[in-house]
Design a protein around this ligand. Structure first.
Ligand SMILES: Nc1nc2c(c(=O)[nH]1)N[C@H]1C(S)=C(S)[C@@H](COP(=O)(O)OP(=O)(O)OC[C@H]3O[C@@H](n4cnc5c(=O)[nH]c(N)nc54)[C@H](O)[C@@H]3O)O[C@H]1N2
Ligand SMILES: Nc1nc2c(c(=O)[nH]1)N[C@H]1C(S)=C(S)[C@@H](COP(=O)(O)OP(=O)(O)OC[C@H]3O[C@@H](n4cnc5c(=O)[nH]c(N)nc54)[C@H](O)[C@@H]3O)O[C@H]1N2
Ligand SMILES: [Mo]
Length: 808
């Protein structure tokens, strides 16, 4: 082979030295940066940003630049595996593996009914995969159990948009961020989780001073450090804060009465629901000083343009959907939506989780159809040539409900595609037990922690080895061309699904094959017809146009040939009862409203303002578990690190887990920086080194969730509670209760032992040993006293991230 390993490792293949640069899109967060993949001798050897792509203008983040190492790693799965009778995973042929899956599926469908199989997919695949599995699932298997890790990620985006505007699709786009006077990042650590977009914002801010930046986060994150106003609230108080801010804005009369009158319903009920939220009460509940609250409400009440982003600090918090609805309310009462520089921008996290919602691979029906509206079901049945009565309808089942179903033995087959649930589901021990009762298929390029419960494993192709499209967080559809073939023995998700449909002999009502497309582009052409006339209309898209224009934002049709920068610029919302995607849910209980109930609201093209009541998190610190636990991301890693730990650079930056703790709490607990502690919650425990500082507030600890090995005891989801939001069914990963314990050896000094003896014996520095025991004298002769020896001191080798805006 003529490629040079050292050059690859150093990422220094230069432009001219490679065979080709293949048009692509970064697959490692929802910003959706355009890029080119470098190929030499049929191998991926590098990546560069696409300078013409409007989203990133040539930039890539640290993960983006290093994502391709995983493709070349030598521990890729290259053959299917089947668990044999002695419980071992052993290599098998594709025929053996697929036939076993077909047999198990048929058996389960027969014994347990259509919901005997669940397909649990991802937000990291392609639109074509999602549409195919939606069609296979709904029309072919007639199962109602389609869900994805998007439930953990962006379900709340969808449900808050349905509640307020009648259809999914985030109203504002990244272009609005470039124009806005005020940007509020609500529970969104964008500097670490959307690095390229944050660089784009900071570039403008440095030049023009705009936008004024409000950051709402209980931690002093890298993002919060750049804020003009950091609202450092107590965990789980988002709705209290928003109610307080909105109440003050109402009292000050800073609202757009004409907009409210002409384009919304529900204003009065909302106003009543927030009226008790005085500044004093809000300050007490959220911990934010009243003067800062006042400053925020004046800014939000007076600004001429406002974009608000939300992400996991909102979606995975108590009252997730209500908080996001409150943000929609704020934009509506100020008339700051559908105009340049204005609108809520409820984010996505994974590179294509939005596509899974749009194409219907999760609970929703393809093309944003309302499964409670028989006409919508008839329409899709016609497009698929199916009998409408065979298509499953009713409220969707989120993954946590499916875990319950598995516990009861109601699901026979669980097909897990492109996600690693046994690391990243909440309360993972419970999930593991449920999955152990089920026949589990794992489709992944690597042997993950979830393989522990797999009965069959299918080796999947990675990004760069397949073709398709993704939808990013701002409705932009991007194209990914295939750069190299997958390794021998490995298949792309799309082709695995097609193979399954063929082996299952899935047909339409006339007995013709259900799936008639055979390559992704043909699939996209079929999908276009499904999207026609719906809010996400993509009839104006072709693969060629996506490449030519570097992505297009839906709707893209004959009226919007170049896509749509922002939704609702005519102030007409998709809330007509025959058109709407949802009859909405009760804002407090999550009960789905009937058509009659929905129609009695008379939305008919107007946006819906809802009352927003604050409910504290289900689990709160108490006597036994006195601390708040929150979990989240580091800039260096992607989720369960199946890609990023295979990049030598990224792995070296943050090689293992830790807990972030406030210095005052550390003082109370007598902790030394780096000392290994045990963290316990009502569900489990972990052992990690402590990082002491002032990033987290007092009473709160933060554990990064990237470290999920079964053997190292550092997985955040050993601890997290599995409560869900009643509307979006998204788990509350951001608030659980826990305690921290010191784990130290207690050493009884013998007569002739000194501190030095212990230093030598335990390999702990004298300084730390003395600190741990509150000693000031250098040498203590043994006197039978008990000396505490920290189990281990770890240097927590996390490299701080230095973004461009700090460097330049
Ligand atoms: N480097 C990196 N980037 C990523 C990813 C990754 O794994 N690594 N994953 C991608 C994905 S799938 C997603 S979903 C996004 C997630 O991106 P973010 O949502 O930005 O990331 P998180 O760290 O999950 O959480 C954001 C913040 O929520 C705050 N928070 C906790 N509790 C509360 C609360 O009660 N109220 C408020 N307002 N804030 C709170 C936390 O302190 C944290 O800073 O990132 C995407 N980008
Ligand atoms: N405690 C806590 N838990 C959380 C969160 C949190 O903030 N705190 N956040 C939640 C959120 S927002 C998210 S998005 C989830 C993410 O959770 P997961 O999606 O479970 O995490 P990943 O590691 O991204 O898993 C993706 C899997 O797909 C595989 N893969 C990569 N490319 C392909 C492909 O092309 N095809 C196939 N078939 N497989 C592929 C990878 O190897 C990996 O095993 O975690 C959730 N869990
Ligand atoms: Mo996510």
């Amino acid at each position: 082979m003529s490629w040079d390993k050292e050059k690859i490792d150093l990422n220094i293949y230069s432009q001219g030295e490679v065979d080709k640069w293949v048009y692509n899109t970064c697959n490692i967060c929802s910003v959706g940066c355009g890029c080119y993949i470098a190929v030499k001798d049929e191998k991926i050897v590098g990546i560069k940003g696409n300078g013409k792509h409007p989203t990133n203008r040539g930039r890539l983040g640290p993960k983006g630049e290093n994502q391709w190492y995983a493709n070349n790693s030598t521990d890729r799965l290259v053959t299917p595996l089947i668990r044999n009778s002695s419980g071992e995973l052993t290599p098998a042929t594709w025929d053996e593996a697929m036939n076993l899956i077909v047999t198990k599926t048929k058996k389960s469908l027969k014994e347990k009914g259509a919901n005997g199989i669940s397909i649990y997919s991802t937000g990291q695949g392609f639109l074509e995969d999602y549409y195919t599995l939606a069609k296979i699932g709904r029309a072919g298997l007639q199962t109602h159990l389609l869900d994805a890790n998007t439930r953990l990620c962006t379900a709340t985006t969808e449900f808050c948009l349905l509640q307020s505007f009648g259809a999914d699709g985030t109203p504002a786009s990244f272009d609005d961020i470039d124009e806005t006077d005020t940007l509020m990042l609500f529970g969104h650590n964008m500097a670490e989780t959307g690095t390229v977009l944050f660089e784009r914002i900071m570039q403008r801010k440095k030049k023009t001073g705009k936008p004024y930046l409000i950051v709402v986060d209980p931690r002093k994150t890298l993002t919060a450090q750049e804020a003009d106003l950091h609202l450092q609230l107590y965990p789980g108080t988002n709705v209290a804060l928003l109610n307080g801010l909105i109440n003050v804005i109402l009292q000050q009369g800073n609202i757009d009465n004409e907009f409210i009158q002409n384009y919304t319903i529900g204003f009065k009920d909302m106003k009543d629901s927030v009226k008790e939220w005085t500044l004093e009460r809000t300050a007490k509940q959220t911990g934010i000083p009243s003067d800062l609250l006042k400053e925020a409400s004046i800014r939000l009440g007076k600004t001429n343009s406002l974009v608000t982003t939300t992400l996991q600090g909102t979606f995975q918090s108590a009252d997730a959907t209500t908080a996001c609805v409150a943000i929609n309310n704020l934009h509506l009462i100020r008339g700051l939506i559908g105009k340049p520089g204005c609108g809520p921008l409820h984010m996505a996290g994974q590179p294509s989780s939005s596509a899974n919602r749009t194409a219907g691979g999760v609970g929703t029906y393809p093309g944003q159809r309302n499964s409670s509206n028989p006409k919508h079901i008839e329409e899709i049945a016609k497009l698929w040539n199916m009998d409408p009565l065979t298509l499953p309808v009713g409220p969707e089942k989120g993954i946590e409900e499916q875990i319950e179903m598995m516990e009861k033995g109601e699901i026979g087959v669980f097909w897990n595609i492109g996600t690693n649930p046994l690391v990243l589901l909440p309360n993972r021990r419970r999930a593991k037990k449920a999955l152990e009762k089920t026949f589990v298929i794992v489709q992944d390029p690597f042997l993950t922690e979830t393989a522990a419960v797999a009965d069959v494993i299918l080796p999947a192709a990675l990004w760069g080895e397949k073709e398709g499209t993704m939808e990013n967080a701002d409705r932009t559809i991007n194209l990914l061309r295939k750069a190299v073939d997958p390794p021998k023995g490995v298949k792309a998700d799309f082709y695995i699904l097609l193979d399954f449909a063929r082996r299952m002999n899935l047909t339409d009502k006339d007995g013709n094959p259900l799936i008639r497309f055979s390559i992704p582009e043909e699939c996209f052409e079929e999908w276009k017809l499904i999207s026609k006339g719906r809010p996400c209309d993509m009839t104006g898209i072709t693969y060629e146009r996506l490449e030519k224009y570097n992505g297009l934002r839906w709707p893209v049709n004959s009226e919007n040939l170049h896509g749509t920068t922002r939704l609702y610029s005519n102030f007409v919302f998709p809330t007509h009862s025959e058109y709407t995607q949802s009859y909405t849910k009760d804002q407090f209980t999550g009960r789905a409203l009937t058509k009659g109930e929905f129609e009695s609201k008379k939305a008919e093209g107007k946006a819906m303002i809802h009352p927003t009541r604050y409910l504290p998190p289900v689990e709160q610190p108490n006597e036994e578990y006195p601390l708040w636990l929150t979990t989240g991301r580091l800039v260096w890693h992607w989720h369960t690190r199946t890609k990023t730990a295979r990049s030598p650079l990224l792995q070296s930056k943050a090689p293992h887990g830790y807990v972030e703790i406030n210095e005052e709490d550390a003082k109370d607990l007598d902790l030394i920086n780096g000392e290994i502690v045990r963290i316990t919650s009502p569900r489990g425990w972990i052992k990690v080194p402590a990082r002491i500082g002032n990033v987290v507030q007092r009473g709160l600890i933060f554990v990064p969730f990237h470290y999920g090995s079964w053997t190292t005891n550092e997985a955040a989801n050993e601890l997290t509670a599995d409560f869900t939001d009643p509307l979006s069914k998204q788990p509350t990963f951001k608030q659980s209760a826990c305690k921290i314990e010191k784990i130290r050896n207690v050493h009884q000094l013998t007569a002739d032992e000194t501190i030095e003896t212990l230093v030598e014996y335990y390999g702990i520095s004298k300084e730390n040993l003395m600190k741990a025991n509150g000693l000031t004298e250098l040498s203590n002769i043994g006197d039978g006293r008990r000396i505490e020896v920290p189990l281990s001191i770890n240097d927590v080798p996390l490299t701080p991230y230095l973004p461009d805006y700090k460097r330049l």
